[in-house]
Design a binder for this molecule. Structure first.
Ligand code: IDP
Ligand code: MG
Length: 159
């Protein structure tokens, strides 16, 4: 991984999976020039849901959120690139799809706060990306490789 690169955790939520949006969402990050480092189609259990959304424990929507995120399979991913966490959040949009700009994932595919299609690490919470990657993936599941397209995405590539 080059010095300037950053990894971030992204997950297509159960609504996004059921609506057939995995491919569309993966395409957006590929098209942007980000590099896929890991991907896992999986079912989240109660314990993992509580850990992942621990910061929201006690809030009125917490139990519903846990029920939703454990209600069906998700597609968890790690994406890498310059400023990846912040850039991915810009592509995801606001928490509420109704407030998200067209062109963002939530703004294009959602209408309801409780079903907002995708999770991405919070760029305003330092360390959230690494914490979430560690929670969902073992080190050996993160694949190190050179992406040929990077030589065209970036002006200077220092592999
Ligand atoms: P984020 O996903 O944009 O980072 P957070 O504030 O971290 O948003 O909230 C985590 C998730 O909890 C949201 O993506 C959404 O699914 C759910 N959520 C947040 N606020 C509400 C709410 O007021 N009602 C219902 N669900 C909510
Ligand atoms: Mg969040």
């Amino acid at each position: 991984m080059s010095e300037r690169d950053e990894r971030t955790f992204v997950m297509v939520k159960p609504d996004g999976v059921q609506r057939g949006l995995i491919g569309e969402i993966v395409s957006r990050f590929e098209d942007r020039g980000l590099q896929l480092v890991a991907g896992k189609f999986m079912q989240i259990d109660e314990e993992l849901a509580h850990e992942h959304y621990g910061e929201h424990e006690g809030k009125p929507f917490f139990e519903g959120l846990v029920e939703f995120i454990t209600s069906g399979p998700v597609f968890a991913m790690v994406w890498e690139g310059t400023d990846a966490t912040r850039q991915v959040r810009k592509m995801v949009g606001e928490t509420d799809p109704a407030e998200s700009a067209p062109g963002t994932i939530r703004g294009d595919f959602g209408l309801d706060l409780g079903h907002n299609v995708i999770h991405a690490s919070d760029h305003e919470d330092p360390g959230a990306n690494e914490r979430e990657i560690d929670l969902f993936f073992d080190d050996e599941e993160l694949v190190d490789y050179d992406l040929d397209a990077s030589t065209w995405v970036y002006e200077d590539v220092d592999e």
